[in-house]
Design a binder for this molecule. Structure first.
Ligand SMILES: [Zn+2]
Length: 273
């Protein structure tokens, strides 16, 4: 990507008509440059509507991404549940593709108290199945498992980098707030943020830093990790130091604000950048 773009997780709050086409227009009015389509409660976007969103997003130069449903666990014990999880990811990827979105993200799996190495192997096997289907369909949307906010959820940075090395169509979605929430407050500093970016550059090369998909929000966490999202100014996230680290690495791509005041924090981050 040519630069770092800032935008909202879903339709901005200040959008008068609650509709994705109107949301894209509002993003543009707010001088933001990207929006994530939220399918967190299920993928309910048809092809016709998706193509309307694509048209307006292209016209206004708004980049799109998508967030898949919360009900996904590629490490589920029951084969039907793994199948349903794959199908939710595929539906997200198809809707994203119709809308011209470049990447999708989702919380891939839970450890269920199993050995992380075994879980990694199971997740990888499920990704292989998903990518085979997308490959057959000619769908090139990037599949980006998210850096998750709880230690019970699969998806720490090293696991995501490893999986990205195995599949060409996979890259991490780096949630900087989740990173320190899952590590109970650790890495919430310039050095901590640099640590993630160094890992990405070392594991995936400069191209990955030029093509980031980032989530940011304030987060309230306990000793079990993430509890709920907060506005940045009410949280402990050292977002100015985070942006300093981003500048240092001159990253490019997409930053999605997932704060409760979505567009305000997107603008705050953009202005600091
Ligand atoms: Zn998420």
């Amino acid at each position: 990507m040519e630069k770092l773009r800032f935008g909202t997780a879903g339709i901005p709050i200040s959008t008068i008509k609650r509709d994705s086409v109107e949301g894209v227009k509002r993003v543009s009015e707010l001088n933001l440059e990207c929006m994530e389509l939220e399918f967190v409660r299920g993928v309910n976007l048809g092809q016709e509507k998706a193509e309307q969103i694509k048209k307006i997003a292209q016209k206004l130069d708004i980049s799109l991404t998508a967030h898949g449903p919360y009900y996904i666990n590629l490490n589920a014990k029951e084969p039907q549940k793994r199948g349903a999880s794959r199908s939710r990811i595929l539906k997200t990827a198809r809707a994203a593709n119709w809308a011209g979105a470049k990447s999708i993200t989702f919380h891939a799996a839970y450890y269920l108290k199993q050995d992380p190495k075994q879980v990694y192997a199971k997740v990888k096997e499920q990704f292989k199945k998903i990518l085979d289907v997308l490959n057959n369909e000619g769908n090139k949307v990037m599949i980006r498992p998210e850096l998750t906010g709880k230690a019970t959820q699969w998806g720490d940075i090293d696991e995501l980098i490893k999986l990205s090395q195995e599949f060409e169509q996979v890259l991490p979605c780096v949630d900087f707030a989740h990173y320190h929430a899952r590590h109970i407050g650790k890495y919430n500093s310039y050095e901590g943020f640099v640590r993630i970016l160094e890992k990405i550059e070392k594991g995936l090369g400069r191209e990955a830093l030029d093509n980031m998909h980032i989530h940011v929000s304030g987060i309230l966490y306990s000793d079990k990790g993430e509890r709920k999202h907060l506005p940045l100014k009410e949280s402990d996230l050292k977002y100015k130091q985070m942006i300093k680290a981003w500048k240092e690495f001159n990253i490019k791509g997409i930053v999605i604000s997932e704060s409760p005041n979505i567009e305000q924090d997107a603008q705050l981050l953009r202005d600091i950048w």
